[in-house]
Write a protein of this length. Structure first.
Length: 346
């Protein structure tokens, strides 16, 4: 009885926390991103002040990692009643609707004057970064499991850094490179703690290739549209990219002739309140903050800070899912925190 009351207490606390976070983020997120350019000027004008060195872009990137971690915990609590593809599709559709409404409210109905190349980049980014990358990620989970996939996912920030060096002419200083190494080291420590052995798997190499391809395509998708996000209406670009991804997923259902099968799975869902709240956190708040981070700071720095979502997941899982934190997780978290400090402050 005591354990049952304790579990119910944690559930109630978690629900109140998530509700408060969603309400405040939904209220203030559009204003924060709209004012982001003005706030980011403080970083250049007052370069000697500690907080000005952090900048609004870095705050957005870290906030995105936290919001996504909360969404992941909620999706975990939903359980296995809805397959990953259908859950991801619902999440993205809800995100498209909310971002479209936000874009209409703050940016109007006028379509930005994108060039032909801009349209191609947005479409290409949405297709490879959401439709294809998400599908490959799910294939990796089914092939090698979450632990091994998490290790491969640590390739995300190096991929963004390398792509940004060639495509955006960005560069990192010594302490930022050191911070990158520490963040990756921390994530690998955490992943290895629960990584299953790959010896018993039929196609471990194929699974690793699925995961690596997913990470690379996600990185490529965001690097390609960074110049567009910096100069065009933010929510319009974000929503359009997500819409392209949803269209790609729907086309995949049509091509594979699984539309009716997926529809039956969605109709059987009974946890709609939790799914809707988690989708708002993941596809609206977290994604908006994610791209806002790339808008107001360098792609390389944003990518490194985004990796901290793994650390937030570990902490929240220990608090609300009762997952133990081992010595490896403590060490990994400490390494990642030190790495973040080096990236944003030096």
């Amino acid at each position: 009885m005591k354990n049952s009351r304790s579990v119910n207490c944690y559930k109630a606390t978690f629900g109140q926390l998530v509700g408060a976070v969603v309400e405040e983020c939904y209220r203030w997120l559009p204003e924060l991103i709209t004012l982001g350019a003005e706030l980011n000027l403080m970083k250049n004008v007052n370069s000697g002040h500690l907080m000005s060195e952090i900048g609004i872009g870095e705050i957005f990137a870290l906030s995105s990692a936290l919001m996504w971690a909360i969404a992941v915990i909620m999706f975990t609590k939903i359980g296995t009643r809805l397959p990953a593809f259908e859950l991801n599709l619902i999440k993205n559709i809800i995100g498209v609707i909310l971002i479209a409404l936000t874009s209409w409210w703050f940016e109007g109905l006028l379509i930005p004057s994108f060039s032909f190349n801009d349209w191609l980049l947005i479409i290409f980014s949405g297709f490879i970064g959401i439709a294809i990358a998400d599908t490959l990620y799910m294939k990796a989970l089914n092939t090698i499991g979450a632990g091994a996939t998490g290790i491969v996912a640590a390739l995300y920030s190096p991929s963004v850094v390398i792509l940004s060096m060639f495509y955006l002419n960005e560069s990192l200083g010594f302490y930022q490179w050191l911070g990158l190494v520490l963040v990756l080291g921390g994530i690998i420590f955490i992943s290895l703690d629960k990584s299953p052995s790959l010896d018993h798997l039929a196609n471990p190499i194929k699974g690793v290739l699925y995961a690596a391809s997913s990470v690379f395509l996600t990185a490529l998708g965001v690097v390609l549209i960074k110049p567009i996000v910096e100069s065009e209406p933010f929510f319009y670009v974000t929503g359009l990219r997500l819409l392209i991804g949803v269209i790609g997923m729907l086309l995949w259902l049509v091509i594979t002739r699984k539309t009716i099968q997926s529809w039956h799975k969605i109709r059987q869902v009974q946890q709609w309140p939790m799914i809707i709240v988690a989708s708002i956190m993941g596809s609206y708040i977290a994604m908006s903050l994610w791209l806002a981070g790339y808008k107001y700071t360098s792609a390389s720095v944003a990518a490194i800070l985004n990796e901290t979502n793994f650390i937030f997941i570990v902490i929240l899982a220990a608090l609300f899912l009762k997952e133990p934190i081992s010595n490896k997780k403590w060490l990994g978290s400490a390494l990642a925190i030190v790495g973040v400090v080096l990236v944003v402050l030096l």
